[in-house]
Design a binder for this molecule. Structure first.
Ligand code: ZN
Length: 498
């Protein structure tokens, strides 16, 4: 059945991402379901008691990873291993504490990644499109941005002598990673070429420059992601793609500037170079693996120069940051779940979700949960739905099938897929809905159907979840504000706020 919905190669690649220890046979009888629930109840009763203070924190943000994405990703992970997807347990599922999280921003019911990352990393709600500044700052207004900067969790950690790192699959100057080290009234000011002259004259700096020269960015021990073009002049050729250049108009080569400021530091731009980095060297590491975002997990194997997986980057970051005797804070973003959803493409969104979960599984293997707080959350949701009444075990990318696997048809006499979007590029003209039974809905490039036609599918505004294990994780319960996540993490790391 799975062979019908996933190519064998894709299924094998996915299976490698998923921890085999979770492939338990699914219960099927009354007695087995009761035993399953009693075992879970026992685990809930006897949850581990952890110390209150954390030495290290790893904060995982799945960009756009709403609850429907978590559920569909879980089913895909199980089905890729050839086991029951619905009852499968991901690494995230096994974390001990959970809360619902309200994701509205200061000025929007449905937020973008800039204010939500600021909430998680700096502890206050702010306006859509702004990063690392409070709600008093106005979008695109340089002066108010400069006057209302907020210290991030990583800034506070650096002041306390901890090591810090940022790992993402997006460009390193994209909204979520930028919230770790930058302050800007406009998230799109990634290089000087993206900024109005007036803002530059008023003293605002582009995000790439803040990474290299800023108080927090210049002190990061590990920085891994995409986004090289924001660091290179528009006259410089990209090392990987001969036909591409940098974006900067000021003529500055910020990678060279970083190397000059860190003579013993290591800059890498492909997987082979990264593999030679020795974490015991205790030198700084900067890796920029694409001119723009890194590849989706589904496409990573085809990258010309070779890109590391998110799990590989996380493993190396933990090894390097652990050399600091005081502890560390590491931000990890699975950043392209969001991008695939915007394209109405559940295949890449969910395969990136499975890769994100594999990175969390790797981190859990590498750390002691009595010392390290692991937090996983999303910044916001998307409009993905899992709907209809597909049979148990129906392929998650398939069309809805009922008893004896016969297709369930809509009122127009056509099939429909289990996964769909409320809006986006998968919408169709009235009366012209294509029949998904006529195409391969499990193909990597298939776009799920959508209701409202928009060029890009949008974020969703419902609550997301935060899940955590380790010191302080027990405080995540009930329904909380997104910016409370920062304060829980900060307290676990440094004690009560002054
Ligand atoms: Zn988005």
């Amino acid at each position: 059945m799975l062979d019908r919905c996933l190519s064998v190669v894709a299924a094998m690649a996915l299976a490698l991402l998923v921890a085999p220890a979770t492939a338990q046979p699914a219960p099927g009888t009354t007695e087995q379901y009761r035993k399953q629930a009693v075992a879970e109840l026992e685990a809930l009763r006897s949850g581990p008691s952890r110390p209150a203070r954390a030495r290290n924190v790893i904060l995982f943000i799945g960009d756009g990873m709403g609850v429907s994405t978590l559920t569909a990703g879980r089913i895909l992970a199980g089905q890729s291993l050839g086991v029951d997807g619905e009852s499968f347990e991901t690494a995230m599922d096994r974390l001990e504490h959970t809360a619902l999280v309200k994701t509205y921003s200061h000025d929007a019911q449905v937020s973008d990644s800039a204010p939500t990352a600021t909430a998680i990393l700096a502890g206050v709600k702010t306006r859509n499109s702004v990063i690392g500044v409070g709600p008093e700052a106005l979008e695109n207004d340089c002066a108010s941005g400069l006057a209302n900067q907020l210290p991030s969790l990583l800034a506070i950690a650096q002041q306390a002598g901890l090591a810090t790192g940022v790992v993402t699959t997006t460009g390193i100057t994209h909204a979520t990673p930028a919230a770790a080290y930058a302050h800007t009234p406009q998230r799109n000011w990634e290089s000087d070429a993206d900024m109005p002259a007036e803002a530059i004259e008023q003293g605002c700096r582009d995000i790439a420059r803040q990474l290299i020269e800023g108080a927090v960015g210049s002190r990061l021990d590990v920085t891994l992601g995409g986004g090289r073009s924001a660091f290179l002049p528009n006259t410089a050729r990209d090392p990987e793609y001969a036909d591409r250049t940098g974006k900067r108009k000021d003529g500055r080569d910020l990678i060279a500037a970083w190397q000059a400021a860190n003579p013993s530091g290591t800059f890498v731009w492909n997987a082979a170079q990264l593999a030679t980095f020795n974490p015991a060297s205790e030198t700084r590491l900067l890796g920029l693996f694409e001119p723009s975002h890194m590849q989706y997990e589904a496409d990573r194997a085809t990258d010309a120069a070779g890109e590391p997986s998110l799990a590989e980057m996380v493993e190396l970051a933990i090894a390097r940051l652990s050399r600091n005797g005081q502890g560390f804070v590491l931000l990890v973003e699975g950043g392209r779940i969001d991008h695939a959803h915007h394209g109405g493409n559940a295949y890449r969104a969910l395969t990136d979700t499975v890769a994100f979960d594999a990175a969390i599984a790797r981190a859990i293997e590498l750390v002691d949960l009595d010392q390290t707080l692991i937090v996983t959350t999303a910044d916001h949701s998307h409009t993905l739905t899992i709907s209809g009444y597909p049979d148990r075990g129906n392929p998650i990318f398939g069309t809805v099938a009922g008893g004896a696997r016969s297709a369930v048809l809509a009122r127009d006499g056509k099939a429909y897929t289990t996964l769909g979007y409320a809006n986006g590029p998968g919408a169709f003209a009235p009366g012209e809905r294509p029949d998904p039974a006529a195409v391969d809905t499990a193909a990597p490039d298939y776009r799920q159907q959508a209701t409202v036609p928009l060029s890009g599918e949008t974020h969703g505004g419902e609550d997301v979840v935060v899940r955590a294990s380790g010191p302080g994780a027990h405080l995540f319960r009930g329904t909380i504000e997104q910016h409370t996540i920062f304060h829980v993490v900060r307290e676990a790391l440094l004690g009560s706020e002054p």
